[in-house]
Design a protein around this ligand. Structure first.
Ligand code: PMP
Length: 438
């Protein structure tokens, strides 16, 4: 029974943002490149929400599609019925996917997409009588959501240390970042492709016949924008092929234009066995995720005679009509406005603007790739992450800029509809923010 403006009352049920009580940052609306703060200010969205609103906010065609769908078919149980927009969206996603990846399994988030992909990998080996292939290999500083699968293969110790032993046998490749070797890199760093060879060490340690799949983000986003070194992903593919290991790209962030292509796999000319997606698939409007796989692997998930389910996996909200309608409309916007190509064209101007912050106080490194940027700030002596936290707060309150922070890194990923003057505005505001927290 709390009054809606009673922030104390909002605190308890709000689970994700620990600092909210002390520092409430309320947003009540959004349009195109901006959020509207509770006090009416227009705040430049430097993060596309949470790496998801790639087409910008509240775009008319997407809003109209969701509205129309809600009045037509509100829900369809995927276990009993199909609905046309689910098939249409799957076909559109398959057409955008690289190589022979052409089957789509829908989930409702990135975490569910990852768990689905890992389960497909295990089922794939199991039904061939190769059930010994149970080991899943992720990467240090990998982020694959917060499901049990995702935290097991994920490389963030704090995300898994309180949750027991998790999936048995998960192991991790080294992360690919070295400040000494890669400082102030634009695009893919020259140094580091050899780190993929660590997969050979893991194979020697555990034996290839125990390894089901390797999962990596082509670019690790949530842990600080770590672009893959030149040639790294290709080398990983080669080693997986050599040992018959499945390769999964987690493209929850990199999918749908962030690096200038529908999927980052295309940018790198590497075709994985599965791609996970979420966020940008419908520009963040309705929860949706999924996995794109090749036919032979998908069939592992269809095990059983026609009327008997032997292997079961699926979600109540798989291929939700609202999410599918939003997805079709978002893909139309991406195509009609050429937003993936645009991201490619703007990559140089974006990199110039963000790298111009080099030399400002406490700036230790800057990385850019596609329409993504990261600025590493020197930690305050008393607390890791505190300076970046202050930067986020000052940016929102005093400079009408929304940024994302992770540790002592400021991460940027604005909507792909941004114009050159938006790029300038983001860089100018960020320069003021960085000076303010010096
Ligand atoms: N994988 C990657 C690469 C991600 O970046 C994220 C979310 N940032 C996830 C998985 C999890 O997605 P969700 O939060 O939708 O579960």
């Amino acid at each position: 029974g709390a009054a809606p403006n009673d922030l104390e009352a909002f605190w308890l049920p709000f689970t994700a943002n620990r600092a909210f009580k002390k520092n409430p940052r309320m947003i009540t609306g959004a349009k195109d490149m901006h959020y509207i703060a509770a006090d009416g200010r227009k705040v430049m969205d430097g993060a596309a929400g949470l790496w998801c609103c790639n087409a910008g906010h509240n775009r008319d065609p997407i809003v109209a599609a969701i509205r129309a769908q809600a009045g037509e078919l509100d829900y369809a149980p995927a276990f009993q019925f199909g609905h046309p927009k689910a098939f249409a969206l799957a076909a559109r996603i398959a057409a955008l996917a690289p190589g022979d990846l052409d089957h789509v399994f829908f989930a409702n988030s990135g975490s569910e997409a990852v768990d689905t992909a890992l389960k497909i990998a295990l089922a794939y080996w199991n039904i061939q009588g190769k059930g010994s292939r149970t080991r899943l290999i992720g990467r240090e500083r990998g982020y694959h959501g917060v499901g049990f699968g995702g935290i097991s293969v994920g490389g963030i110790v704090n995300n898994r240390k309180f949750f027991g032993s998790l999936l048995a046998g998960a192991d991790h490749l080294p992360h690919t970042y070295s400040r000494e070797q890669q400082a102030f890199s634009r695009g893919e760093p020259e140094w580091g492709a050899h780190l993929a060879d660590d997969l050979e060490r893991i194979v020697a340690l555990h034996d290839a016949s125990t390894i089901a799949a390797v999962i990596v983000e082509p670019m690790a986003g949530s842990t600080g924008v770590l672009a893959p070194p030149k040639g790294y992903l290709r080398r990983l593919r080669e080693i997986c092929d050599k040992h018959g290991i499945l390769l999964v790209f987690d493209e929850v962030i990199t999918g749908f234009g962030r690096l200038g292509f529908a999927f980052a796999a295309e940018r790198y000319g590497v075709v994985p066995d599965m791609i996970t997606f979420a966020k940008g698939v419908n520009s963040g409007t309705v929860p949706m995720g999924g996995v794109v796989v090749r036919k032979g692997i998908y069939e592992a998930f269809m095990k059983g005679p026609e009327h008997v389910i032997e292997l079961f996996h699926g979600y109540t909200y798989s291929a939700h009509p609202l999410a599918c309608a939003a997805g079709l409309a978002a893909l139309d916007v991406y195509r009609d406005e050429g937003l993936f190509e645009r991201a490619r064209q703007l990559e140089g101007a974006w990199a110039d603007a963000i790298h111009s912050l080099k030399g400002l106080p406490n700036v230790l490194d800057i990385r850019t790739i596609g329409i993504v940027g990261a600025v590493d700030l020197a930690p305050k002596p008393d607390a890791v992450g505190k300076r970046a936290y202050e930067a986020m707060d000052v940016a929102f309150r005093e400079h009408d800029l929304m940024i994302r922070i992770t540790g002592d890194t400021i991460a940027l990923s604005p909507p792909l509809i941004l114009r050159e003057d938006d790029i300038g505005e983001i860089a100018d505001k960020l320069a003021k923010v960085i000076k303010a927290v010096a």
